[in-house]
Write a protein that binds this ligand. Structure first.
Ligand code: BTN
Length: 325
């Protein structure tokens, strides 16, 4: 469902959580009360609760935290801003990663960012869905073009985990841990995930699309569809624009430096946050199941698993990991 300009403007007006009369909304939007009423009816599709009270008007209880591209840009450090070619905030997309796949070539050394209020087809690792309710969580993707093919990108998704953890710490979110290959955990439950996709020439110029999803204020109705323990940031009152800017501040320099620095430059920090370090885990890849003790990660981002037959190394891809109860 696309958001018409009237609905978008209506949302901006109602975002403050206060009551607005039909007359007032009609005046601001330059439309009739009937047209306002129709536009409001369409907002239910976004999963929003619109409260209607006679003689007071309409409101969204608690308000909503809509993105504002200007606020995000203004919050960026000068160095990150210099590395950003384009910042787009879209209301409804299939997936922010898909939007950036379709974007034309980028200038060397600069990236493009796409944020969405709602993803109708948000994607996670291993072909899973990424639950992406309207204006609740963070759905952010950054595209960066690299020379040197996919070999240059080894360990990138793990390094991105380090960057996002740093950004969260800057905003006062302490204790975030990393689960190999690229989950972000809070209180040992999933706070966010990273999906890196690569397009272009696998041996030459290619594009990495780094998709980051962070649970900020997960609505109860959407949470019911999540098939694993999860956590959000609702107790800390983190604003989504501040989070987006903090992530871009860390992520853009990382993407710029990655061809020279590689994952090696982030490895110690990753290890320090490793939730499973020294613990007994089960690793699944297709039909294969391997049990062992999780050791560190190497310079390429592969996980060392101490199994019956000795230390074995596994790289990301279609692999999942869980702790043995
Ligand atoms: C995971 O499975 O843990 C990875 C989740 C990645 C979700 C983000 S949200 C922004 C971007 N767009 C998508 O469709 N997926 C990623």
């Amino acid at each position: 469902m696309a958001l018409t300009p009237t609905r978008q403007r209506l949302l901006q007006l109602l975002a403050d959580g206060e009551f607005h009369s039909g007359v007032e909304l009609g005046e601001v939007l330059g439309t009739s009360r009937t047209a306002v009423w129709k536009a409001l009816a369409g907002l239910d599709d976004l999963g929003l609760t619109i409260e209607r009270v006679p003689r007071r008007g309409y409101r969204i209880p608690g308000g909503i935290d809509l993105h504002d591209a200007g606020v995000i840009r203004a919050a960026l450090s000068a160095s990150a801003r210099a590395l950003l070619d384009d910042l787009r905030v879209l209301a409804v997309v299939d997936s922010t990663n898909e939007v950036l796949k379709a974007t034309a070539g980028l200038p060397p050394g600069r990236g493009a960012c796409c944020l969405a209020e709602w993803q109708t087809g948000g994607r996670g690792r291993l072909g899973r869905r990424w639950i992406s309710p309207f204006a609740s969580n963070l759905y952010l993707s950054v595209a960066w073009d690299f020379d040197g093919g996919i070999a240059v990108l080894e360990g990138l998704s793990l390094a991105v985990g380090v960057a996002v953890r740093r950004a969260l710490l800057r905003l006062g979110v302490a204790g975030v841990q990393l689960k190999w290959p690229n989950d972000l955990l809070r209180d040992r439950a999933k706070l966010g995930g990273i999906l890196v996709e690569v397009t272009g020439d696998p041996e030459g110029r290619c594009r990495a699309i780094v998709g980051i999803g962070i649970n900020v204020a997960m609505p109860a109705a959407a949470a019911a569809a999540i098939g694993q323990p999860w956590r959000d940031l609702s107790d800390l009152g983190v604003r989504r624009d501040a989070l987006a800017a903090a992530i871009l501040d860390q992520l853009l320099p990382l993407l710029c430096e990655f061809p020279d620095r590689g994952f090696g430059g982030y490895r110690d920090e990753w290890e320090a946050a490793h939730v499973h370090g020294g613990r007994r885990v089960v690793l699944s890849a297709g039909n294969q199941r391997v049990e062992g003790i999780a050791r560190g990660v190497n310079e390429r981002g592969a996980l060392g698993l101490e199994c019956a037959e000795g230390l074995r190394w596994f790289s990301g891809g279609e692999v999942s990991l869980r702790e043995q109860g």
